[in-house]
Design a protein around this ligand. Sequence first.
Ligand code: HEM
Ligand code: HEM
Length: 460
Amino acid sequence: MTTLDPRPESLPQRVAESIQRDKPFSEDERDRMKAVMNSLLLHIHASKVPARSLKFTYTFGLGGLSLLLIMMLIVTGIMLMFVYTPSPDSAYTDMLALQSTVAFGQLIRNLHHWSGNLLLVVVFLHMLRVFYTGAFRHPREFNWVIGVGLLLLVVMANFTGYLLPWDQLAYWAVTVGTSLLDYVPVVGEQISLLILGGPEVSGATLRNFYGLHLAIVPMMILMIVSVHIFRVRRDVGTVPRNLDEEPLKRLEKVTTLPHLVSREAVFAIVMIGLILLWSTWVNAPLEEAANPDHSPNPAKAAWYFMGLQELLLHFHPFFAAIVIPALALGGLMMLPYLRTDMDTEGVWFRSRMGRKLAWIGFFTGLIATPLLVLLDEYVVNLPDLLPSLPTIISNGWVPLAGILLLLILYAGMLKRVFHAASCEVRQSVFTLLLTGFIVLTIIGIAFRGEGMALMWPWEV
Ligand code: HEM
Ligand code: HEM
């Protein structure tokens, strides 16, 4: 029997019947459908949220935007799969086909390219918003660590995607990027051989990157994002407040539906519109086909690795590629576990003093980083000054110890002069290092030309 039961029991059957009858839904049917939708949403959100956590300038919607971009990447990525073949003979011609013969091919590629790059920026900004509003405090420490893992995965997704167009940009950026692995002690060479599928970037690398890019990395992102969102819900989102004076229970609450969900929907629609508009006007870059025999000068890494490439010009490679990134990552993961003396949560920059010290950190990083780069480039050459020492010491341990000492002096000075709390001093040091990293990345991208020599952006 395929005809519908006159009094169907289940809601889907009744909905199907209602559509077949071309009759509006009854009051009861509407209520039940609403209940299904609500309980779906209430898996992600609590039924009520504190009114003040809805303020846009608190989160800037950055976590939600990251989720939206991931969904857009999956949809556009699957569309690209229909056209793209991961082989050196066809990858580049597939890109040309996307630009010319495939209907909406250029737009889909642009959407995927810009969403991927934007995701990296948005996830990074989301991390900064969590840090600067102190939203990593207990009980969210572990979710912060999960977040750092997500940031690394998003970098990996972008990096493995970078090679796929198989043009000169892709080939040489991945050659430079993967050469960093050679500096990993003991296992570096083996890992490099495994990932590249041989001694250099080749068809085997393209196939490996394709597998990583389409299956392994997105699957890991999806799994870990699910845990991340589950923890956000379970740990109860941070609410901007003074911890001593405003207990959570006393704050005014509003229902998630419609207050939060309607805002999320409007934000998502506006963002999709803006990304579509941008992708209609600005094409993803494509250079000539990859040529392993002709290296461009300078051969630069992907933009998000330019800070590291710049460090390589100043430190012994083992320090630039391994020790400093490992210290930075370790420090980032440990941040929420350090003793905290904050008396606010969810408040941007913690306090008035916190904001002032963050500005000081910013300006110190902005001035000190270019000065140190110029000093190292034109004035001081540590290996020449300390010829009796191996370069791993003279150009590794020595400058690193010098910088750490300067940071300790900086933190001590802030504490003494401003009588600041530890969390405010820590925030200032974080801002200084963050600004330093961004300045190094900008120098690498815009101020390095032929032979990686320093020059003005218009000469590069
Ligand atoms: C976080 C997730 C992802 C990120 C950040 C990302 C990023 C990228 C980037 C930056 C490119 C190079 C685009 C270009 O310049 O042409 C790319 C290419 C590609 N991606 Fe993804 N992607 C993601 C997920 C996916 C998924 C889930 C799929 C498929 C199921 C996919 C399929 C592809 C394909 C087929 C290409 C080659 C075509 C092309 O380069 O336009 N991607 N991806
Ligand atoms: C793919 C990457 C990511 C996605 C999709 C994502 C998604 C989200 C969403 C939707 C929220 C709740 C809304 C909001 O606060 O904006 C959130 C909160 C949070 N995220 Fe992420 N996130 C990602 C990466 C990160 C990173 C890199 C970190 C830090 C290293 C991080 C740490 C946190 C923490 C601690 C919270 C709780 C904040 C609070 O309670 O106010 N997340 N995330």
